[in-house]
Design a protein around this ligand. Structure first.
Ligand code: PHE
Ligand code: FE
Length: 288
């Protein structure tokens, strides 16, 4: 299989990575023995940087599950994580060369298999990388697969993706992925917390997402979200807040067909915009 352009967010890119040696479903071998000592060390530094940022900022479910990765001091073997992950939620991670086409991605999720990129960023990309790498995929996404409600949401997402493809609704579903799985915030009795993988694996966005006055934070509303554009090359201008994972699962359980129809008829909402009847949740929390 050769390298083909794939859609990523609202863009199309030709991914790096070796697509010549993967199977028809895009999975490949992790080839753990090929990681260099420098790569293990870089991974450990990325891990340590994020760990220092997460207490009081990442949601409790994420923090609790992180030790299951046993990834603090080196790149773990996916097979080792799978023993624990299968026991917890019947998910497994599979190795892939990098970004994969949407249909392949959704099919894996629907089968409770989460694709993790095998390559690690270069040292000069320590602070910022556009394309997802091993650190983002593993550190950002895998811990919450240990959380039963979230794990079920991810499987439903895969099935929903396969369905949306036939309805020409993928741009809407991509927004849901972006604003929940990648950049979601959750309300807790202790305050706002992060559950989105794109924030949790980023050195700068952890702080930006919770505290920047430049960003809008609004309550999760399915139709509002489906209409909302997003950015792939800078910190987000809008974040959606859920009350708990059950709410996310319940709100997305119904057939999306009528939501897609409505979203297609209504105007798009620009990243960072607030609707006339909408409150910025952080501002309102602070002035209460
Ligand atoms: N309920 C959605 C549909 O009918 C499927 C879905 C579930 C999509 C969960 C995303 C997340 O298309
Ligand atoms: Fe991701």
């Amino acid at each position: 299989m050769s390298s083909v352009p794939v859609t990523y967010g609202e863009a199309s890119i030709t991914p790096r990575g070796d697509y010549a040696h993967c199977d028809a479903d895009y999975t490949c071998a992790q080839q753990w023995a090929r990681y260099t000592p420098q790569e293990h060390e870089l991974f450990a530094r990325l891990y340590a940087r994020q760990m220092a940022l997460l207490p009081g900022r990442a949601c409790e479910e994420f923090v609790r599950a992180l030790p299951h990765l046993q990834a603090r001091s080196s790149i773990p073997r996916f097979d080792d994580i799978n023993v624990r992950l299968k026991a917890a939620t019947d998910w497994e991670i599979v190795a892939v060369p990098g970004l994969i086409p949407e249909a392949a991605f959704f099919s894996l999720l629907a089968a409770r298999r989460f694709p993790v990129t095998v390559w690690l960023r270069k040292p000069e990309e320590f602070d910022y990388i556009v394309e997802p790498d091993l650190f983002h995929d593993l550190f950002g996404h895998v811990p919450l697969l240990f959380e039963p409600r979230f794990a079920d949401y991810m499987q439903a997402f895969g099935a929903g993706g396969l369905k949306a493809q036939g309805q020409h609704a993928l741009q809407f579903l991509a927004r849901l992925y972006w604003y929940t799985v990648e950049f979601g915030l959750i309300r807790t009795p202790q305050g706002l917390r992060i559950y989105g993988a794109g924030i949790l694996s980023s050195g700068g966005e952890v702080e930006h997402s919770l505290h920047s006055p430049q960003a809008r934070r609004v309550r999760f509303d399915l139709l509002r979200l489906l209409r909302s554009r997003y950015r792939i090359d800078s910190y987000q201008a809008t974040y959606f807040i859920i009350d708990n994972f059950q709410q996310l699962f319940d709100a997305t359980a119904p057939d999306f067909t009528p939501f897609y129809d409505q979203a297609a008829m209504l105007p798009e909402i620009e990243a960072g915009a607030l609707l006339p009847d909408e409150v910025d949740e952080m501002v309102s929390a602070e002035t209460d």
